[in-house]
Design a protein around this ligand. Structure first.
Ligand code: FAD
Ligand code: EPU
Length: 339
C-alpha cells in the first residue's frame, strides 16, 4: 500500500484518458482500505473514487481527490445444495478471469457474460448484462464496506434493487460503499440461454452440435470481438449510452413515421429501442473529430483513437444526444460514469 501523488490515470481507464489524480493508492486487504480511509490527506480532500478496471468511466478533468484502487483477490466455493454452487469472488478479481474459472469448474449461468471488461466489484454497480443475462440472474449476496461508518454490511438480492444498468449503489447509496466481495449462485445443471441476437448462428458457424457452457462462452467471445473495439488497441468504455425504454403507445406513434425502428419488448407495455440504431440513423457511425469518434462497427460505443481528451468525448456525446433528440424526440442517457 503505497500512497502516490499527482499520478496519471491513463493506465487505469480503458478510454485511455490522460488526467491526474491528486492521490492514488491500491489496497490489497480490508485493513489497508480502512487505513487509507482514515488517512488525514483523504480527510482533507473529502473526495474518493473507488476504482476497479476503469472500464466504465470517462474522466473529463483531473481528479482532485483520492483514488483507491481495489486489489482484493480470492475466489472460493462457499456452499452448495442440490441445484446450486455458491461462489464468492473478491472485488478485485478480473471479471473475465472469474467467468473462465466458473466455466472450467462447470458452474453454469455466467457464460453469457464472457469477455466483459472490468472487475468483480463493479459487476453489481450497474447490474452488468449481455446476451440475455444480467448479474441479478446469478446474484446471491455481496459484502460492502460503509465508508463513513467503517463497517461491513451484507446486501441480499432484494437490497441491491437491480434494474437495467441500475442498482442501489448508483442511486441512494452512491459513493457510500466499497464493494468487497460478491457471491454468485451458479447452476449445477446448465440451462442454456442462446436466444439473444446471433448466438445460435455463431454456434452453427462454429460447428457446435453438443451444446455446452464452454461453447456458448466461445460463441459470445467471437460475437463481441467482431464488433466491440478492444480497449488495449482503441480506447472505449463499451456502450456509452443506455438503450432507452418507451411505452408501447409511443412506439406505435413513432412507427407511423419510422417503420424500421428497432424495438424489443420489455414487458406488456414497454419497449427498449436500440440506441445504436438511432445513432446510426443520425449519421454518426464511423464519425471522427480529432481523436474522438463513434465506433464504425457499433455506433453505441464512443472511442478514443489516441489522444482525445475526456471533454472531447463528452462533447461528442452531447452532440449525439442532441441530434437523436431532434430526429426521434428521444433523449439518450449516458451509461458511462462521467467524472
Ligand atoms: P470501473 O470503471 O473501475 O468503475 C465503474 C463504477 O463503479 C465507478 O463509479 C466506480 O467508482 C464504481 N466501483 C468500481 N468498483 C467498485 C467497488 N469495489 N466498490 C464500489 N464502487 C466501485 N458492461 C455491461 O454491462 N455489459 C457489457 O456487455 C459491457 N461490455 C463492455 C465492452 C467493452 C469493450 C468495455 C470497455 C466495457 C463494457 N462494459 C459492459 C462496461 C464495463 O465493462 C462494466 O461496467 C464493468 O462492470 C466495469 O467494471 P470496472 O471494474 O472496470 O469498473
Ligand atoms: N444496431 C444498429 N447499429 C449500430 C449498433 C446496433 O443497427 O450501430 C442494432 C443491431 O444490429 C441490433 C441492435 O441494434 O439489432 C442491438 O445491438 P447489439 O446486439 O449490439 O446490442 P446493444 O443493444 O447495442 C447491448 C448492451 C451491451 C451488450 C449487448 C449484448 C446496453 C447499453 N448495451 O448493446 O452492453 O453487450 O447489448 O447484450 O444495454 C455495455 O454495456 O457496455 C455493453 C457493451
Amino acid at each position: 500500500m503505497q500512497l502516490q501523488q499527482s499520478i496519471s490515470l491513463k493506465p487505469y481507464n480503458t478510454f485511455g484518458i490522460n488526467v491526474l489524480a491528486k492521490y492514488f493508492a491500491s489496497f490489497f486487504t480490508v485493513d489497508e482500505l480502512s487505513e487509507l480511509l482514515n488517512n488525514s490527506k483523504l480527510q482533507t480532500t473529502n473526495s474518493q473514487l473507488i476504482l476497479g478496471g476503469g472500464s466504465n468511466i470517462l474522466f473529463t478533468q483531473n481528479f482532485d481527490g483520492f483514488v483507491l484502487k481495489n486489489e482484493l483477490k480470492g475466489i472460493s466455493l462457499v456452499d452448495e445444495d442440490a441445484d446450486y454452487y455458491y461462489v464468492k469472488a473478491a472485488a478485485g478479481e478480473v471479471w473475465h478471469q472469474f467467468v473462465q474459472h466458473c466455466i472450467a469448474n462447470n458452474y453454469a449461468g455466467i457464460e453469457n457474460l464472457s469477455l466483459i471488461p472490468g472487475n468483480v466489484g463493479a459487476s453489481p454497480m450497474q447490474n452488468i448484462g449481455a446476451y440475455g443475462v444480467e448479474i441479478k440472474d446469478i446474484f446471491f449476496c455481496l459484502e460492502a464496506y460503509h465508508i463513513h461508518e467503517q463497517k461491513t454490511i451484507t446486501f441480499s438480492l432484494q437490497d441491491c434493487q437491480f434494474g437495467y444498468r441500475e442498482s442501489v449503489f448508483k442511486q441512494q447509496y452512491k459513493g457510500q460503499f466499497v464493494i468487497l466481495s460478491v457471491t454468485y449462485k451458479l447452476r449445477k445443471r446448465p440451462v442454456f440461454n442462446t436466444s439473444y441476437g446471433a448466438i445460435n448462428a455463431e454456434l452453427e458457424k462454429m460447428g457446435v452440435t453438443d451444446l455446452s457452457i464452454q461453447a456458448i462462452s466461445q460463441a459470445i467471445i467471437h460475437i463481441r470481438s467482431s464488433k466491440l473495439p478492444d480497449p488495449k488497441k482503441i480506447g472505449n468504455a463499451g456502450s456509452f449510452f443506455k438503450n432507452p425504454q418507451i411505452s408501447k403507445f409511443r412506439l406505435h406513434v413513432m412507427k407511423e413515421d419510422c417503420e424500421k425502428i428497432l424495438a424489443y419488448p420489455v414487458d406488456d407495455k414497454h419497449y427498449k429501442i436500440a440506441a445504436g440504431w438511432l445513432i446510426e440513423q443520425c449519421g454518426w457511425k464511423g464519425f471522427r473529430k480529432g481523436d474522438a469518434g463513434c465506433n464504425p462497427l457499433q455506433a453505441l460505443v464512443l472511442v478514443n483513437y489516441g489522444n482525445a481528451t475526456g471533454k472531447e468525448i463528452f462533447d461528442l456525446s452531447t452532440e449525439i444526444i442532441q441530434s437523436v433528440e431532434a430526429k426521434f424526440g428521444i433523449t439518450l442517457e449516458r451509461e458511462v460514469n462521467i467524472m
